[in-house]
Design a protein around this ligand. Structure first.
Ligand code: F6P
Length: 314
């Protein structure tokens, strides 16, 4: 890697707002294994929102004489990468999002860390639930997919897990809680994904304003649900929103290994000049798939997997 340069990007793609160039040698990445976040200063920015931004991006790319770009991100970042490939940019994709919602890979890195953080939180919340005979609602992230909720919920022994893939039936949730009471269990843990919806299609957002990719900021379903549960069951109910805690801190061993494997493969592809591709985990193997529209379509929780979670409701 001697003599290469990478572009540190402030405020999004290729630093069309502000940019810095840092020399890359192995020391540049030395010491980052236990760190979350970005060392380059990248962020989720949509250069296609404003035609002027795209022009600046392409001009910056040319001025820097970049030989390759490695796009690391989820549906939004890689969606932009797919479009930029069509503009002629040489890009390799790496799937990274806590949501685990990308179609063409079994896992994205970041997901395992978020699940472990949420699981630990659920473990801790059990203490208050049991001691105070309460219903504890835990709201987790994941946008429109219920991967974090399902996995953290199973791992943490949640009594009900609610995900965007299946509408919330509040009567059913209350029935589960009451059934538990009849069995002498006077507490329950309910895990709800931020994107879960009620049967009538109601989804709860923090604000109506949309981000550059057209997403509303989700959040708040936990409190709405908590109120309804308290009303229907008479149990004192408390709500915890885990929020960005799930996205921060030190990655798990699984994510460190997966990130390393993805990174090595992505570098190999760039060196060989194989662009327009994404690295992907399939089974336990790192494979290469096209970085195209299919790669950035949403992967939701399949009913069979959610069915396993459901076996333990109540
Ligand atoms: O896509 C990752 C994610 O953490 C989602 O789970 C969440 O809805 C969203 O990003 C939050 O975005 P922001 O940090 O912009 O509020």
């Amino acid at each position: 890697m001697d003599g290469c340069e990478v572009v540190g990007i402030k405020n999004g793609w290729l630093g069309f707002i502000e940019r810095q160039t840092i020399p890359l040698d192995l020391r540049s990445v030395s010491g980052i294994l236990p760190r979350g976040g970005t060392i380059l200063g990248t962020s989720r920015t949509n250069p296609y929102k404003n035609p002027e931004d795209l022009k600046k991006l392409l001009a910056a790319h040319q001025a820097l004489g970049l030989e390759a770009l490695i796009a690391v991100g989820g549906e939004d970042t890689l969606g932009v990468a797919v479009k930029l490939i069509k503009e002629g940019l040489k890009i390799v994709g790496v799937p990274k999002t806590i949501d685990n919602d990308l179609s063409n890979t079994d896992y994205t890195f970041g997901f395992d860390t978020a699940v472990n953080i949420a699981m630990e939180a659920i473990d801790r919340i059990h203490t208050t639930a049991e001691s105070h005979h309460r219903i504890m609602v835990v709201e987790v992230m994941g946008r429109h997919a219920g991967w974090i909720a399902t996995c953290a919920g199973i791992a943490g022994g949640a009594d009900v897990i609610l995900i965007p893939e299946e509408p919330i039936d509040i009567e059913q949730v209350s029935a589960v809680i009451k059934k538990r009471t009849a069995r002498g269990k006077d507490f329950s843990i309910i895990v709800v994904a931020e994107g879960a919806q009620f049967k009538d299609g109601t989804m709860v957002a923090k604000e109506e304003k949309k981000d550059a990719f057209g997403h509303v900021r989700l959040g708040g379903i936990g409190q709405v649900l908590g109120n309804l549960i308290e009303e229907r069951t008479g149990f004192e109910t408390r709500v915890t929103v885990l929020g960005h805690i799930q996205r921060g801190g030190s990655p798990t061993a699984f994510d460190r290994v997966l990130g390393t494997r993805f990174g090595v493969k992505a570098a190999e592809l760039a060196i060989k000049g194989e662009f327009g591709k994404m690295v992907s985990l399939q089974g336990n193997r790192i494979v290469v798939v096209p970085l195209d529209e299919k790669a950035v379509t949403m992967k939701t929780v399949d009913p069979e997997f959610y069915g396993i979670a459901k076996l333990f409701f109540g």
